[in-house]
Design a protein around this ligand. Sequence first.
Ligand code: PLP
Length: 339
Amino acid sequence: MEEAAQGAINLNNSGLSILEISHRSADFTAIIQEAEQLVRELLGVSDDYAVLFLSGGASSQFFMVPMNLLGEGDMAAYLDTGSWSSKAIKEAKLFGKVEVLASSKPDNYNYIPKEFAIPTNAKYLHLTSNNTIYGTQYQWWPETNIPLISDMSSDIFSRPIDVQKFGLIYAGAQKNMGPAGVTLVIVRKDLIGKSGRTLPSMLDYQTHIEGESLYNTPPVFPIYVSMLTLRWIKKMGGLAAVKKINEDKAKLLYDEIDANPLFKGTAAIDDRSRMNVTFVMPEQDLEKSFLKACEEAGCVELKGHRSVGGFRASIYNAMPLEGIQTLVNVMRDYAEKHD
Ligand SMILES: *Cc1c(COP(=O)(O)O)cnc(C)c1O
């Protein structure tokens, strides 16, 4: 934050702010190139893929993906594991046929479906790697020869990813990568330009590949702060180290949820998210006073999404282990006082 603030005042001692320099200046070119380089290095992205910094949020990728990859009459397969998946499905239907291979909706999305057949004529298989609202996360990838596409908005850079398995990965920056306003897209270049559609330039991946994310003015400040965040991840030891920290954090909290009789996890154990931990209190009338106890200890933003209720601890990369320890202590104290 302090580095970002400094960049907003006086970038690299140039006397100018990141907010006033040209996006074609040498200073900004160096920033966007370093950001791309860090994405490639941290995730192990080969030259077969383009790394793009776009605007419009992950929600715009819900339509850009089918618009660019699905021809008229083509079919795409989707896995429905939450409200973000279902929004992606809704948009895809505007551009082609969609087969939903499996859905955990009847169980309020509390697990990741594992039994489904993947049609070989599908152009791609889309999944949401981490279901932010429901607290579930893929700990495996479907085995298939068709390109996998994943919305990784809420767990990108939280663990190593075998990018080779994917045709396209996208993520809004605002959970793990940087501030709202930039969307990371990693796309295998050979998939582009085959839909037979004529697309508006701004909605065509090819435009942004050719323009190296500088076809129009990109979101310069979010890209700058993302680059600083990626440097921080690299300094921590890269994604293997980050994964270990995230596993330790999640284990600390889930262990308490499982041991403390006042709390109950909502997601299937095998599919538990290491980014969003969702839980409820079986004695629902205690939820209000527990939330108050959390707030008094400085643990905020814990109220669960209305479709799940209870609590959601979003423990993205920026949340230190000590923050989780504080929450666990509040849970223990609360249970002791309750007895
Ligand atoms: C937050 C989130 C989104 C929404 O992203 P926007 O950038 O706001 O459009 C999409 N998918 C997932 C999995 C998310 O967590």
